[in-house]
Design a protein around this ligand. Structure first.
Ligand SMILES: Nc1ncnc2c1ncn2[C@@H]1O[C@H](COP(=O)(O)OP(=O)(O)OP(=O)(O)O)[C@@H](O)[C@H]1O
Ligand SMILES: [Mg+2]
Ligand SMILES: [Zn+2]
Length: 288
C-alpha cells in the first residue's frame, strides 16, 4: 500500500503560514534507518533496541554500564577506547551494544557493523578457499573498516589456532587503525590469581593475546542483573526488581560453563583453515 502522506515519493507536502513546501516523509526516514541497519547487519530481533528503551532499576553496576554506554555514544568517534560488556545471559548486553551502534549510525552517520562472533568465524571459514581469496576478503574488509563494530558473544566459539589467528588479525587491525569495537561476552574476566577456578574465564576462552589487547582497547563493563528473558508476559520493571532482589538474596551465582577437564588449549587445537595471508597472517601449520 502506498504511503498516505507522500504516495511513496519520499516527499510530503507541508503548509506553514500559508506557504506550501515539501519535506522528507516519515516513511523515507524509516526506510533509510532500515537500510542503514540492514547494512549494519543488526538482527531483526534487536532492530528496535535503544538506550532510551533500556529498562533500569536499582542495580549499581547495570546503571553504571548504561551510563558508560550512553557516554560512549555521545563521544563517538572521539572516544579513547571501545567497550567490553560482560555478564550472564539475558541481562541486556546485546541490547546495549546494538543501542549504541544504532545511535552512532543515526546521529553520526557512522558505518556500523554487527556480527555474532561465531557467525563471523563461520562465514570466514566457509568462504575460505586457497585458490580464490576474494570471498574471504569481501567478508573481512568491512569488518576491519567499520567505524564501529559490535562483536557479540565473544568466547562462544572455542578457541583454536585458526580462531586465534583470525580474531587477532581483526582485533589488531582495528586497534592499529584506531577503530572502535564493542564486545559482549558471557565469560567473566576473573584474574589469574582469583581463588575459585571452577568456571572458564574470558582469558582461557579467547587466548591471552586477544585478552591482553582487549584490555588495552576497551573499558570493561561487568554487570549482573535480572534475566529479561525470564520476565512473565507483560512483566515490567517491578518484576525485574523482584527477580533481582531474589537473586541477590540467593548469593553469588555461577552461570558460566564449568571448566573442561585437562589442558584446554591442547584439547581445543584443531586442524583448520587459516586466515588470508594478504591480511598479515604469516605462519602456522594448520590448513596447508
Ligand atoms: N533492561 C532491559 N530493558 C529492555 N529490554 C531488555 C533489557 N534487558 C534485556 N532486554 C531484552 O531482553 C532480550 C535479551 O537481552 P539481550 O539479548 O541483550 O541479553 P544478553 O545479555 O545479550 O544475553 P546473552 O548473554 O544470552 O547474549 C532482548 O530482546 C533485549 O532487548
Ligand atoms: Mg547477547
Ligand atoms: Zn511517505
Amino acid at each position: 500500500m502506498a504511503c498516505p502522506l507522500c504516495d511513496d515519493t519520499g516527499w510530503k507536502p507541508v503548509e506553514s503560514a500559508g506557504v506550501r513546501r515539501v519535506e522528507r516523509c516519515d516513511c523515507w526516514r524509516e526506510g533509510l534507518t532500515a537500510r542503514l541497519l540492514d547494512q549494519a547487519r543488526v538482527p531483526p530481533r534487536y532492530r528496535r533496541c535503544e538506550l532510551d528503551t533500556f529498562v533500569t532499576y536499582a542495580n549499581e553496576k547495570l546503571l553504571g554500564a548504561v551510563k558508560q554506554a550512553r557516554r560512549f555514544a555521545e563521544e563517538f568517534p572521539a572516544n579513547a577506547r571501545g567497550l567490553c560488556l560482560i555478564g550472564p545471559p539475558g541481562i541486556g548486553k546485546t541490547h546495549l551494544a546494538v543501542a549504541v551502534l544504532r545511535r552512532v549510525i543515526l546521529t553520526r552517520g557512522a558505518r556500523g557493523l554487527f556480527y555474532d562472533t561465531r557467525d563471523l568465524l563461520r562465514v570466514i571459514r566457509s568462504t575460505y578457499n586457497p585458490l580464490v581469496r576474494t570471498a574471504e576478503m569481501d567478508i573481512l574488509r568491512p569488518v576491519m573498516d567499520a567505524d564501529l563494530l559490535v562483536l557479540d558473544d565473544l568466547g562462544s566459539e572455542k578457541t583454536s589456532e585458526w580462531v586465534e589467528e583470525t580474531m587477532n588479525l581483526i582485533v589488531n587491525t582495528r586497534y592499529n587503525e584506531r577503530r572502535h569495537t564493542i564486545f559482549t561476552s558471557n565469560y567473566e574476566d576473573t584474574p589469574d590469581d582469583a581463588g575459585d577456578h571452577t568456571a572458564e574465564t574470558l582469558k582461557e576462552r579467547i587466548g591471552f593475546r586477544i585478552h591482553s589487547r582487549l584490555h588495552e582497547m576497551c573499558d570493561f563493563l561487568e554487570f549482573d542483573g535480572a534475566d529479561y528473558r525470564h520476565l512473565p508476559p507483560n512483566g515490567g520493571p517491578e518484576d525485574l526488581v523482584m527477580q533481582w532482589n531474589r537473586m541477590k538474596a540467593a548469593g553469588p551465582r555461577r552461570t558460566l560453563p564449568a571448566k573442561a577437564k585437562g589442558p584446554i588449549r591442547a584439547q581445543l587445537r584443531q586442524p583448520d583453515a587459516r586466515p588470508p595471508r594478504e591480511l598479515g597472517w604469516t605462519g602456522g601449520k594448520a590448513g596447508t
